[in-house]
Design a protein around this ligand. Structure first.
Ligand SMILES: [Zn+2]
Ligand SMILES: [Zn+2]
Length: 135
């Protein structure tokens, strides 16, 4: 009986932390991080601390809508909440500078644009990246 209890306790001590670490890994994956890596991190720093850290650091699966300030999926180009289209409001000064000089900000191709006036877009012939037609 005593041996059974010891066995049960041993199993509990081994299994519970691993399950908790798996949960941390799942949370990490949902927040756009490496679930496998976070499983090991939580083994090292305990699942509790790992969970706290996960919720403090940025949620990579989300981005913040510039118009309504809500968290929305990172790949969204139009805010699902306020319908704000912010595809082209994220141009960095460097990107704008390159565009103004006719360069593709992504691959540096010079004047390799295919204009799509209907959609207000220009597409790089070389890398296929799309940018607004008028900057
Ligand atoms: Zn919004
Ligand atoms: Zn390009």
């Amino acid at each position: 009986m005593r041996q059974t209890n010891a066995y049960a306790l041993g199993a509990l001590i081994t299994v519970v932390p691993i399950v908790l670490c798996l949960v941390v890994g799942a949370i990490a994956a949902r927040r756009g991080r490496n679930g496998f890596g976070w499983f090991f991190i939580s083994l090292l720093i305990t699942p509790l601390i790992a969970t706290v850290v996960l919720f403090v650091i940025e949620d990579l699966s989300k981005q913040r809508c510039e118009a309504c300030g809500q968290r929305i999926p990172a790949e969204a180009r139009v805010c699902p909440l306020c319908k704000k289209d912010f595809r082209y409001e994220r141009l960095s000064p460097e990107t704008e500078d390159k565009l103004s000089r006719g360069l593709c900000p992504k691959c540096d191709a010079y004047n390799a644009w295919i204009d799509d006036t209907q959609r207000g877009l220009r597409k790089c012939e070389v890398c296929g990246e799309q940018y607004p037609l008028l900057v």
